[in-house]
Design a protein around this ligand. Structure first.
Ligand SMILES: Nc1ncnc2c1ncn2[C@@H]1O[C@H](COP(=O)(O)OP(=O)(O)OP(=O)(O)O)[C@@H](O)[C@H]1O
Ligand SMILES: [Mg+2]
Length: 348
């Protein structure tokens, strides 16, 4: 049917809900493991006077097995949010439930891993000693600590430097040992604040694989990053914060789908085949193997942030950002990856 060619008009998701249909069938999402309601944080100065409202009325849910990305410009409240989820900061208002417990309940931390924005590792320990130290904090036996250390040093690819003191580590190597530390307790939920900062492209690819590996094991990952391509590749859903407020929330697939356009993906077509396709399009408006083209997450991010500045106090859905192509009135595709302009079908 021709109408299968056009993007279904997507209703904006309610602010906190996980659109499970958009995640695709069989997506291994479980119960809600993080529930944030109306969360606000005001930093105060030494005298208790209000200094900065870092977060304002944030509400969202994260499901088990999800990779969730928190995006936003510098100072938009991402790290503040993570720290409140971890119970390292007290909210000014609002509530957080993690694995059914309050964020301030320290017993939940046994099942949580955290890579902070800045490393807080002991510079005079080597990699093995570092992981052994954190293993002890989680009361792992000596044999468990040894096995886990070997596994994690291999995973983050710093086995060759296992005996070197961390003060001699490069920035990227420090990030890698930080990641290993975050996974020492085999956590159910992992919070990663800028996991690839300081990493080279290979290191970034390794971290991407590592996150996808965690997801494959059914772990939940919440991460902040300014590297949008990386977020786009690994995250199921994203939230974009600006000025401490949630501006956009949804699945990456849904948010990046270009509405009002149709993309036809085929192997390279011969001129004859292309002419036949055009003829068929013109005659029936029906074709197999059609997908919707994607815009980049970088583009979506930049437009959301600039719109947030231009129209303060608003929350957006993907459709009402400027530059969106409205859904087509008829079934004829607007553009195709095969380079068929809309008018050419009429000419056949
Ligand atoms: N300890 C603090 N005391 C006072 N203000 C703070 C404190 N920590 C953060 N802020 C302020 O809160 C706001 C949010 O900061 P936060 O670190 O959460 O931002 P972020 O989104 O993680 O930014 P970045 O991308 O630079 O890491 C900023 O205006 C920041 O200056
Ligand atoms: Mg931060």
């Amino acid at each position: 049917m021709a109408d299968t060619l056009t993007a279904p008009p997507a209703a904006p998701a309610p602010p906190t809900a996980v659109d499970e249909a958009a995640l695709g069938p069989g997506h291994p999402l479980g119960e809600t493991v993080i529930e944030v309601r109306n969360l606000s944080k005001v930093y105060r100065d030494f005298w208790g006077r209000k200094k900065v409202r870092a977060l304002n009325a944030l509400s969202l849910d994260v499901k088990r097995g999800e990779v969730f990305g928190l995006l936003g410009p510098n100072g938009s409240g991402k790290t503040t949010t993570l720290k409140m989820l971890l119970g390292l900061l007290f909210p000014t208002e609002g509530s957080i439930r993690i694995l059914g417990k309050s964020a301030t309940d320290v017993s939940k931390n046994e099942k949580i891993g955290y890579l902070p924005e800045e490393s807080y590792l002991y510079r005079f320990l080597n990699a093995e000693e570092t992981l052994d130290f954190y293993g002890r904090l989680f009361k792992m036996t000596k044999a468990q600590r040894r096995a886990k250390t070997d596994e994690l040093l291999k995973l983050v690819k710093i086995e060759h430097a296992r005996k070197r003191q961390l003060k001699e580590y490069s920035k990227g190597m420090t990030r890698r040992i930080g990641l290993a530390q975050a996974l020492i307790n085999d956590p159910e939920i992992v919070f990663l604040d800028e996991p690839t900062s300081g990493l080279d492209p290979n290191g970034r690819a390794d971290v991407k694989d590592l996150i996808l590996g965690l997801k494959a094991q059914g772990k939940t990952v919440v991460m902040c990053s300014h590297l949008l391509a990386e977020i786009e590749d690994v995250c199921d859903r994203i939230a974009i914060l600006s000025g401490g407020e949630l501006k956009l929330l949804g699945t990456v697939d849904e948010l990046l789908r270009s509405r009002g356009e149709t993309q036809i993906v085929t192997p390279e077509l011969s001129p004859e085949a292309l002419a036949e396709v055009q003829a068929v399009l013109a005659k029936h408006h029906v074709i197999a193997g059609v997908t919707q083209p994607k815009k980049t997450l970088e583009d979506l991010f930049l437009r959301t942030v600039s719109e947030a500045e231009a129209r303060p106090g608003r929350t957006f859905s993907a459709q009402d950002l400027p530059g969106e192509v409205p859904p087509a009135d008829d079934d004829l595709p607007g553009t195709t990856s095969a380079g068929i302009p809309p008018e050419s079908a009429d000419k056949v």
